[in-house]
Write a new protein. Structure first.
Length: 66
C-alpha cells in the first residue's frame, strides 16, 4: 500500500492523432520508503473518441532498497 500518493503531471502534448501525458508519482510505501515512479500514457483518438491508451511506468529504486 502507498499512502500520501501524489501525481504530478510533467508534460502533455499532441501530435496528429496521438497525445502523450508524462507524470511523476510519489508517496510513502508500507515499509516507510519513498517510491519514485515516472509514468506516461499514449492515447490514440479519432472523431473526438479515444481508441487506444497505453500506459508505461519506470520505477526508480533507491540504491539501499535494491
Amino acid at each position: 500500500m502507498i499512502s500520501r500518493l501524489r501525481w504530478d503531471h510533467i508534460e502533455h502534448f499532441v501530435a496528429g492523432y496521438r497525445a502523450v501525458s508524462v507524470r511523476m508519482v510519489t508517496g510513502t510505501s508500507a515499509d516507510g520508503g519513498a517510491p519514485d515512479h515516472q509514468g506516461g500514457d499514449i492515447y490514440e483518438g479519432r472523431g473526438g473518441k479515444i481508441l487506444n491508451k497505453d500506459t508505461y511506468w519506470k520505477i526508480v529504486e533507491q540504491e539501499d532498497r535494491l
